[in-house]
Each structure stands twice: as structure tokens, then as C-alpha cells.
Design a protein around this ligand. Structure first.
Ligand SMILES: Cc1ncc(C[n+]2csc(CCOP(=O)(O)OP(=O)(O)O)c2C)c(N)n1
Length: 279
């Protein structure tokens, strides 16, 4: 149970993560803005309080794991990792440049704190369940957190995983769906409608929880507590989020991988700083 003070700290951490995202995009001139900004609150909750991790020992065996299955949102994860001290914050400005340790999609061979290489949508869910099964066989007392995009849920592989986790009783798994309703080239409902995602997961044997506001730290923390209280089923938490959250331009203009000028990055950072100051 986290108190109100801790929740405010997580909200501020989410603002810092957003600022670091925009610094990365501004330096590169392009980036997956919408899908990164929509999951910063989750990154803040996981890396700022929920996960049992040690930034000084990224490969500590008993740690909780996080798999960014929607790998194109790597910049949000990198921002959280840098702010938690996994590597120097200056490295963020090398995003996706030749020789960088921070490719646009997460790569466990390059970045301390990245537990699995992702980018091909659907695969992070499979490899995450493999890790969960291995941890279970090793009798580790830890959690495996996996983030999917709602567009990613159009992948057939996701539904193979949805069958596998309950069948193997992987109760150490908590999956999040970043339900921002948009994907690469349109609305998720129009590209391939998911219909009642919560019921679908329930029918596959999951405990399914939905947050009204998936960008709200208090709701995310509460949902994870509820997930952990069910020791019979793997859990999925559907986060109703806003693509581009925190920068009004990105919230209101459809974007996926968008160009970002230095001026736009500064405009976004000023807006996020003001939001943080109001907390
Ligand atoms: C297997 C596969 N097919 C296509 C792509 C190209 N792709 C990258 S991101 C994306 C859209 C993903 O949408 P969503 O999961 O909703 O992500 P978000 O809106 O949160 O950024 C697509 C189709 C990919 N990375 N992998």
C-alpha cells in the first residue's frame, strides 16, 4: 500500500520521464512520441516503486523483470532507467545514433536494465512468459511485468500467449495493455477491432483488471495490488491511456513515429514542467 506522498512522488517521476523522452526525441529529430508518452506513468510506477530491482546490479537473479513488448516505446524505458541510475543521463541524447547503447527498440545486449530484446510486436509476450516459466522452475519469488500495445494485440502470437500463461499457471506474470486506442496507421478499432479485451482475457483464464485512467499513478498502483492479491491466475491490467499524454500537441494530432523539432521538444518540456509544478 503506497501513501499519498509516494503517489505524488510517482506522478513527479512520470513528468521527469516525459521530459527525458522529449529531450531524446528533440536531439534525434524524430521518435515514437505517442506510444512512449502514453506509458510514462506506468514506467514511473514500476521503476519508482513497484519493482524489486537494484540498478547497481542489473542482472541480479532474483530481480523483477520488465519486458517492453511494444519495443518502439524504448525511449520511455530508457528515461526511467537513466533516472534510476542504470546509466548516465547524457547517454539518452545518443538515442538511435550509430554505435549507441540506446537503439530505438529495446535491446538486452546493449542496455543495462533491459531484460529482453523486443521490437517485433507479440514476441516480447512470448519471451516474457518463457522468462516467467524459467523463474518459476528456479523457484524465484519475483514478478515478470510485460507491456503490450493495444495495436500489438492484433498479433496472433498474443493470443497463443493468452492461452499459455493460464495453462501453465504463471501467476508470477502481470501484463499491461497500453490501451491508447491508436496504432501505427489509425485507430485500433478501425484497423482490427479488439472488442471486449477484458472479457477476452477472462475467457482465456486470466484475472483481468481495467483502469479508467491508465495515466493515473494511483490507479496503476491499486491495479497491481489487486493483481497480486489473486494467487490463482496470471493478471492483465488494461490501462486506458492517451497516446502522446503530457504534450497537448501530440495528444491532439495523430502521431506514431513523428518528426520533432528542437522548438517542439522545448514546447513539450515547458508544458510538462508546468504540469509537474502544479502537483
Ligand atoms: C510484427 C510487427 N509488425 C509490425 C510492426 C510495425 N509496427 C511498429 S509499432 C506498430 C503499431 C503498434 O501499435 P500499438 O501496439 O497500439 O502501439 P502504441 O500505439 O502504444 O505505440 C506497428 C504496426 C512491428 N514492429 N512488428
Amino acid at each position: 500500500m503506497m501513501n499519498a506522498e509516494k503517489i505524488t512522488e510517482l506522478r513527479k517521476f512520470a513528468c521527469d520521464i516525459r521530459i527525458k523522452c522529449m529531450e531524446q526525441f528533440g536531439a534525434l529529430g524524430i521518435g515514437h512520441v505517442g506510444g512512449s508518452l502514453s506509458c510514462c506513468d506506468l514506467m514511473a510506477c514500476l521503476y519508482g516503486g513497484i519493482m524489486n530491482i537494484n540498478p547497481q546490479e542489473p542482472r541480479w537473479e532474483e530481480r523483477d523483470r520488465f519486458i517492453m513488448s511494444k519495443g518502439h516505446a524504448g525511449p520511455a524505458m530508457y528515461a526511467a532507467l537513466a533516472l534510476r541510475g542504470y546509466f548516465e543521463e547524457e547517454k539518452l541524447l545518443t538515442l538511435n545514433r550509430p554505435g549507441t547503447m540506446l537503439p530505438s527498440h529495446t535491446d538486452s545486449n546493449r542496455t543495462p536494465g533491459v531484460d529482453m530484446t523486443t521490437g517485433s510486436l507479440g514476441q516480447g509476450f512470448s519471451t516474457g512468459l518463457g522468462i516467467a516459466l524459467a523463474c518459476r522452475l528456479k523457484k524465484l519469488d519475483n514478478y515478470i511485468y510485460i507491456l503490450l500495445g493495444d495495436g500489438e494485440c492484433d498479433e496472433g502470437q498474443v493470443w497463443e500467449c493468452a492461452m499459455f500463461a493460464p495453462a501453465k499457471k504463471l501467476t508470477n506474470v502481470i501484463v499491461f495493455v497500453d490501451a491508447n486506442k491508436l496504432q501505427l496507421d489509425g485507430a485500433t478499432d478501425e484497423v482490427c477491432a479488439l472488442l471486449d479485451l477484458r472479457k477476452k482475457f477472462e475467457d482465456f483464464g486470466w484475472q483481468a483488471i481495467e483502469t479508467e485512467d491508465g495515466n493515473d499513478a494511483a490507479q496503476i498502483v491499486r491495479a497491481v495490488e489487486e493483481a497480486k492479491a489473486d494467487t490463482e491466475h496470471p493478471s492483465v491490467i488494461i490501462l486506458n491511456t492517451v497516446k502522446g499524454k503530457g504534450w497537448s500537441y501530440a495528444e491532439t494530432h495523430f502521431n506514431h513515429n513523428m518528426p520533432v523539432t528542437p522548438e517542439q521538444a522545448q514546447e513539450a518540456i515547458a508544458e510538462i514542467r508546468a504540469a509537474k509544478a502544479a502537483l
